[in-house]
Design a protein around this ligand. Structure first.
Ligand code: GLN
Ligand code: ZN
Length: 779
């Protein structure tokens, strides 16, 4: 008989209870006991929601981050958080966010709010002398960010199983059939950073005894199965890392629990030989992306091992085609018998919690979706159909088939004119009329900008007044005319400020946008929005990705009126400001019924139309933000070129339908562009503004061997910090830049948009930035 289980559940709560509980605790507004009680209550609710399964995860709940939890379990903490007063939870938050609790929120926490659509903020350092928070980075190819474990050659480990044992006891007391979840030793090492450049793998021998001790401790508490997550099996592994797997699991095989080794986020491909032969009791594979692995694994897997198939997509929000899946599963079930386990492909952390919460979602689209709870119901239906035969769940299967058929044939999904436009895309569509050298001369004539031109990235401070006007308008408390007047007043204010500052290329300030993806999604056809579809990004931060359900249309211009109004107020060039197709794609839940590439090209055509409208209206500079371009990179490097090909093509289609005189800008943030700089150059934007100040212009290393062909504005100040950058510091950074990039290619701008800052910080910072540009011109 098939066994049903789950790998992990969202922990933030259907109404983001954990977020609010954490933030109130951090601010000192609620006591420790309240937070702990909230955690217990959420765990209980979540276990109840999973009660129909044979094995329910324990240990997947976290107050901040599961990788950080694992670090505490392994007794592996950086020196800088040792020796503080307080207990484990204090230290835990200290490392997570730079401080424990009970103090007023540090300025930076507030500033993280919504700095971008993707991570909800990325700066993560402390400014008032407590402790430097751990670095954050993306959890594989998801939009979840974990705290990076820090290693050095002296790192040691000692077991602290208290958190896990407490949660285990809690679950057992509630009668939950528990399966503890751990991050595996090899993945844990792979995710961390050796601060002294030492070899992380050398730590494996010190780490494994702690894992062994942990497994035996769990066994002593009555645990029979432990899920050990090793998602790096879905990435390319060199011989050393493959060897680490073999050696690790041979050392753990004498432990008194059965190990279910879990891989997810992609197919195993050539790692399946390694995975199949590790001495563990069972293997979980991502059977959504890795179906082809499964048939091969049937032959490879020793006859005593469990094969867990992750058949429900844990990364997207669509209903599963249960009948089609059963067609595939039934023969497998017959063959595997007791050895077949079924689960979602990965932890459900990456999808919203409960579709039932959605009262305002487009009803037709609602019918096609499944969030975490609904995915577990699907799993149980599959289990029942396999155990008792399909007739036992005939009605549910028929309803599922009907929903899928409705989606497949919906005229709201399929728009022949959009499909035809994508089919008609030619290489020329992504091609500017003239090469950069030629058009930059035309642009210089038209724009008459000084050397080292100054500009900003688009947004200005989102004041409480702005937020209130937007939310009043949305709720119908403010009429359209008053809203327009309020936004125009903001635009007029920011134009005046920029003129006074002496900036060369102005922006309208983005007051009308709450989010750089949502703003466009709301105006495009083919997009739907949830009310509570929150997904944890890091700590207490969540994002609510819009849902692309159908072919993308642009019924009318989306930004034209605001930009035209802004341009009417000044003789200086006003930048049109758009979000690019790749970023719209990467920060949304997207269709699973066509390749991502196709959706991206549709988005590109919609943005292209907007670009052309702006040009026709006399806008001479248009910026198309691609903040999330890097985030779409596949886990395996061998797949990078394909992604970069279509992503760059999509950008070019969006951008390049303009004449030579129109200057196209793009913007990117979150560092580490060095390895994709050639692809960035192929985007052929006339100007790119790019984050780099936090890494002290590390980006410039890329230009040692690569001559970036077009103009570039390496951000000269870190907008994530409340500190006012000094003129001298910025001059210094620009001098450093001009060693690698010709002075006539350089622009002067901040790292990113300024919407999370306050005017009192922005004004002196920009004043110093303009002065820095003037100093360089004078020299
Ligand atoms: N134009 C956007 C802004 O200025 C860019 C935001 C981003 O890069 N994340 O806010
Ligand atoms: Zn940015």
């Amino acid at each position: 008989m098939v066994t049903l289980h789950n790998l992990g559940y969202p922990r933030i709560g259907a109404r983001r209870e954990l977020k609010f509980g954490l933030e109130s605790y951090w601010k000192g507004e609620s006591p420790r006991a309240a937070l702990l009680a909230l955690g217990a209550q959420l765990r209980q609710q979540h276990w109840q929601q999973q009660a129909g399964l044979d094995w329910v995860p324990v240990g997947d709940f976290s107050f901040y981050d599961q990788v950080l939890d694992m670090g505490f379990t392994l007794g592996h903490l950086p020196e800088r958080i040792q020796g503080f007063a307080g207990d484990v939870l204090d230290n835990y938050f200290r490392l997570a966010r730079g401080r424990s609790a009970g103090k007023p929120p540090q300025a930076q926490q507030a500033e993280h709010q919504g700095c971008c659509g993707g991570c909800g903020g990325s700066s993560h350092s402390d400014s008032d002398g407590e402790v430097m928070a751990g670095e954050m980075t993306k959890w594989f190819d998801t939009n979840y960010h974990y705290i990076v474990p820090e290693f050095n050659a002296q790192t040691t480990f000692t077991l602290d199983a208290s958190r896990l044992l407490a949660q285990l006891a809690e679950a057992q007391a509630q009668g939950v059939r528990t399966k503890p979840v751990l991050i595996g030793p090899v993945t844990y090492l792979a995710l961390g950073k050796a601060k002294d450049g030492s070899d992380k793998l050398a730590l494996l021998d010190r780490l494994l005894p702690v894992y062994a001790q942990l497994l035996d401790t769990l066994a002593a508490q009555g645990v029979t199965w432990v899920q050990i997550d090793e998602p790096i099996l879905a990435t390319e592994l060199d011989a050393d890392w493959q060897h680490a797997f073999t050696s690790a699991y041979h050392q753990l095989k004498s432990c008194r629990v059965q190990i279910l080794l879990a891989s997810y986020f992609g197919p195993l491909l050539d790692n399946k030989y390694l995975a199949a032969n590790l001495p563990v009791a069972g293997l979980h594979v991502d059977a959504v992306t890795g179906r082809d692995d499964v048939l091969a694994l049937l032959g490879l897997l020793p006859a005593h091992k469990v094969l867990s198939l992750g058949v429900i997509d844990g990364r997207n929000i669509w209903k599963t085609d249960l009948n089609a899946l059963l067609d595939w599963l039934e023969p497998l079930a017959a063959r595997l018998g007791e050895r077949l386990w079924l689960a979602p492909s990965c932890s459900l952390l990456h999808v919203p919690m409960d579709l039932e919460s959605e009262q305002q979602l487009d009803p037709e689209v609602h019918h096609w979706l499944a969030f975490a709870r609904q995915k577990l119901i699907e799993l149980q239906l599959l289990g029942q159909a396999l155990r008792q035969g399909r007739p036992a769940v005939a009605a549910a299967l028929a309803a599922n088939a009907a929903a899928l058929a409705a989606r497949r044939s919906s005229p709201r999904v399929h728009r022949p004119e959009v499909q035809a436009a994508v089919a008609a895309i030619t290489a020329e569509l992504g091609q500017r009329h003239s090469p950069y050298a030629q058009r930059s001369a035309v642009q210089a004539q038209a724009l008459k900008l000084p050397p080292y031109p100054t500009t900003t990235i688009g947004s200005f401070p989102q004041t409480p007044d702005i937020r209130r006007a937007r939310s009043d308008f949305k709720a119908g408390r403010l009429d359209a005319a008053s809203y327009q007047a309020a936004m125009q007043a903001e635009i007029a204010h920011s134009v005046r400020v920029q003129e006074e500052l002496g900036l060369d290329v102005l922006v309208h300030g983005e007051a009308e946008r709450n989010d750089m993806v949502e703003y466009f999604g709301e105006q495009l056809g083919g997009y739907a929005f949830s009310q509570f579809g929150w997904v944890q990004s890091y700590g207490s931060r969540c994002v609510k990705p819009p849902i692309v359900f159908g072919d993308i249309t642009r019924p009318q211009p989306m930004t034209l009126d605001w930009i035209a109004y802004a341009q009417s107020l000044t003789d200086k060039p006003m930048k049109g400001m758009l979000t690019g197709p790749v970023t719209l794609l990467n920060w949304s839940f997207v269709r699973d019924d066509q390749p991502r590439r196709s959706t991206c090209l549709q988005l590109a055509l919609a943005i292209r139309a907007e670009v052309q409208d702006l040009e026709r209206a006399g806008v001479k500079i248009i910026q198309i933000d691609e903040a999330a371009l890097r985030e779409g990179l596949p886990l395996r490097r061998t797949q990078w070129p394909d992604y970069l090909d279509w992503a760059v093509q999509a950008f070019r289609i969006a951008a390049n339908g303009v004449g030579d005189a129109t200057q196209i800008h793009t913007h990117m943030c979150y560092s580490e562009f060095n390895d994709i700089i050639a692809a960035i150059a192929r985007m052929d934007a006339d100007v790119i503004t790019i984050e780099t100040s936090r890494s002290q212009m590390e980006l410039l290393d890329a230009f040692e061997h690569f001559a970036y062909p077009n103009a570039i504005g390496p951000g000269v100040y870190d907008i994530h910090s409340p500190n006012i950058p000094s003129q001298a510091g910025m001059v210094q950074l620009l001098r450093q830049a001009s060693e690698r990039i010709a002075a006539n290619q350089l622009w002067v701008n901040p790292d990113c948009g300024l919407k999370t800052r306050q005017w009192s910080e922005v004004l002196p910072a920009l004043r110093a930035m303009v002065a820095a540009a003037q100093a360089l011109r004078a020299a």
